[in-house]
Design a protein around this ligand. Structure first.
Ligand SMILES: Cc1cc2nc3c(=O)[nH]c(=O)nc-3n(C[C@H](O)[C@H](O)[C@H](O)COP(=O)(O)OP(=O)(O)OC[C@H]3O[C@@H](n4cnc5c(N)ncnc54)[C@H](O)[C@@H]3O)c2cc1C
Length: 380
């Protein structure tokens, strides 16, 4: 069974690793990505706030060495889901099973004024560039603003304002600065009321202004104001934006999308094309767009493929859960576990922030680096 995995992010890496560890040389997997290295989502914030360096958070794909797996660095130019093949700048690839794990692309140009007057911090390049901007920031009005839905890692903007608060305090700039968070959600983490309440308390204690149910539509570079969807205008000296998300162009052109994302069976991750699966941010599976969900979906697909290889009925399904660590500032981290099941109200638990949780978050990152890249890694 030849398996072609498109995209080596959280989903593609976990799927590939699981197939390799179970099937060894029989795995017959080709994993394709155009990037040289992988950067975990939360590492972007660590670099942005000077806790570590860009070089320290890159995981080179050259380290992906596993039985039965071939990593190919290539730009995927066309996907034929009916024929289970792709065209890339390194040639054509065919498979018995195709898994699309190409994530969500970011489109800062879709928000007028964002490129001219603000900074996006959701791509590795954007976050690393924002680190330099913050390094030379001398204080003023800062807005962290979301420009559209859906967006990756819904807790990340809340984490950003709390980390920003600490960053400005350490530099003696907090008294000279205002921090505002503009979010399209009614609460910071809707499925977890406990986490939302704790975040709102943390914002209140730090004097951070919270604007729920709001989106930033445009930035006016001349007047340096952010214009919200409801017409309100917020002046800024520094704007850190979450740009518009969309599927990569090659996915949009493949005919797999409905309303902008790839629909899948929420339990099996199958698309409407036979033997074509999609996992993670590229789908409209109904979970938030976050690495932990992509990874767990990939595990379910891998287990189904392993069963198929062993000629037994596949039983594994995706359970809709994901666990994520939330930076609360002051060196404390909380933990949220949420479950999204089709047709049910999402539910979530919350572990209050503590310093001890930092070790668990570090273990989360280190265990992925070891498992996927075979390397020993500590995130700051
Ligand atoms: C600031 C920030 C903080 C975050 N924090 C967390 C967190 O704490 N926990 C968490 O779980 N998630 C977090 N996330 C979200 C997380 O990073 C993503 O949701 C996750 O990476 C999605 O995994 P994926 O496998 O679906 O796609 P991705 O990881 O985005 O992988 C997609 C891959 O496809 C490749 N690709 C795309 N197009 C092509 C093409 N045409 N040809 C070849 N290759 C291509 C890309 O190079 C990429 O490697 C955060 C995100 C941000 C921005």
């Amino acid at each position: 069974m030849r398996v072609l995995v498109l995209g080596a992010g959280f989903g593609g890496l976990e799927l590939t690793t699981r197939l390799s560890e179970e099937l060894g040389d029989d795995a017959d997997v080709v994993l394709i990505d155009k990037a040289d290295d992988f950067v975990m989502g939360f590492s972007k914030l660590d670099v942005m706030f000077g806790r570590t360096t860009a070089d320290a958070v890159r995981h080179p794909y050259a380290d992906v060495v596993m039985p039965g797996v071939r990593f190919v660095k290539a730009d995927i130019r066309a996907i034929d889901p009916g024929g289970r093949s792709v065209e890339t700048d390194a040639g054509r690839f065919d498979a018995d099973v195709l898994v699309v794990a190409l994530g969500a692309d970011l489109d800062p140009a879709a928000t007028p004024g964002l490129l001219e007057a603000g900074h996006e911090f959701y791509t590795p390049a954007g976050a690393f560039a924002a680190a330099e901007v913050l390094d030379s920031f001398t204080g003023g009005r800062v807005i962290v603003g979301v420009t559209s839905t859906p967006f990756k890692c819904p807790p990340a903007p809340s984490e950003t304002v709390l980390m920003l608060h600490d960053f400005l305090v350490e530099r003696g700039l907090r008294d000279k600065s205002d921090i505002s968070l503009v979010m399209p959600l009614g609460s910071p983490i809707p499925p977890s009321p406990g986490a939302s309440e704790a975040l709102l308390t943390a914002f209140g204690e730090r004097g951070i202004t919270w604007s729920p149910d709001s989106l930033v539509r445009t930035l006016d570079p001349e007047r340096r104001v952010a214009v919200l969807a409801d017409g309100r205008e917020l002046p800024f000296d520094l704007f850190l934006g979450v740009p518009r998300h969309r599927v990569p162009a090659v996915v949009a052109e493949s005919g797999m999308c409905v309303d902008g994302w790839i629909p899948v069976d929420p339990l099996t991750l199958e698309t409407k094309f036979p033997d074509v699966y999609a996992v993670g941010d590229v789908t409209s599976v109904g979970t938030p767009k976050a690495g932990v969900f992509s990874e767990r979906q990939a595990r379910a697909v891998a287990d189904r493929l392993i069963a198929r290889h062993r000629r037994v009925a596949p039983e594994a399904t995706y359970d809709g859960t994901g666990l994520c660590f939330v930076e609360f500032g002051d060196d404390r981290i909380g933990r949220v576990e949420v479950t999204f099941r089709s047709g049910e109200t999402p539910v979530g638990t919350f572990d209050a922030p503590s310093q001890e949780m930092r070790e668990r978050k570090a273990h989360f990152g280190a265990s992925r680096a070891k498992r996927w890249f075979g390397t020993d890694w500590t995130n700051h």
